[in-house]
Design a protein around this ligand. Sequence first.
Ligand SMILES: Nc1ncnc2c1ncn2[C@@H]1O[C@H](COP(=O)(O)OP(=O)(O)OP(=O)(O)O)[C@@H](O)[C@H]1O
Length: 294
Amino acid sequence: MADDQQDAQPVTQREPVLTARDVSVELGGLPVLRGISLAVHRGETVALLGGNGSGKSTLVRALLGLTALRRGSVRLFGTEIGRFRDWSKVGYVPQRSTIDLTRAKVNEIVGSGRLGHRLPFVPPRAKDRQVIGEALQVVGLADRAQAEMQQLSGGQQQRVLIARALAAEPRLLVLDEPTAGVDLEHQQILADVLTELLRRGMAILVVLHEIGPLTPLVDRAIVLRDGRIVHDGELPRSATELHDHQRAGHGGHEVGEISGPSASSGPFLPSYGTLPPSSGPLQPPSASSGRSES
Ligand SMILES: Nc1ncnc2c1ncn2[C@@H]1O[C@H](COP(=O)(O)OP(=O)(O)OP(=O)(O)O)[C@@H](O)[C@H]1O
């Protein structure tokens, strides 16, 4: 993945890349999101947690302009979402079950992540091909570029979608359950890739069921219940604590307030100030290329 201008800047400017104020959504005439306010900042990872049906995927879709708002507003990179055009800054990895790309080839899918950088009807330039190749290497699928999606395992398909998002070189990456169906080894690889991208200043919003290897990346957790934020603060330390948040509805700060990056991330969450200096392009994980899982 090639550096761009933003990569040269230290991750000190914590400007919001995504803000939502009082967002409500109805689906099928029923309220699904109720008065959601949140912010995600540059260089920050926010985990979105909550039980089945609490509204996580709907919130992600609303934040990306894929679902109409009943009330409230969303801003991306300071621009109200209705006027936002710079979609190459945004990468989105949907829940795997929501897409059907069975006949598409791996390199075509990853290549579609470059569309925001390319001119229409012009073949991919060397830079595009390089970025696509690097993205596939990073997720350990360089040797499967010509395969059709239906020839891959569920976890491999998920990694193709992650590669597509990486190829777009976004500044905000939104992932909806990226670890579902991905084995522990490849969850760890994903964690390593995301760590490098965070160090370069990317912001990440990630829906998770289980935190697992992504735990050290998470600065802040937002917990949903019945379409409301019931916690916005430190990552719950256990399933029990998460359950308590969901039951009691207490927050890391007053719920509904626009949140900032947490000053302290708790004992097991390292500060980004401690990450090593840049080592250039993302390195593919050496031991794991091309392995299949799930
Ligand atoms: N198109 C739709 N029409 C009506 N209701 C919907 C629609 N899509 C989702 N819902 C409802 O909205 C609620 C929130 O769904 P959503 O998929 O956002 O939850 P989630 O937290 O992502 O769940 P999961 O963890 O199971 O993926 C659920 O009650 C769901 O049934």
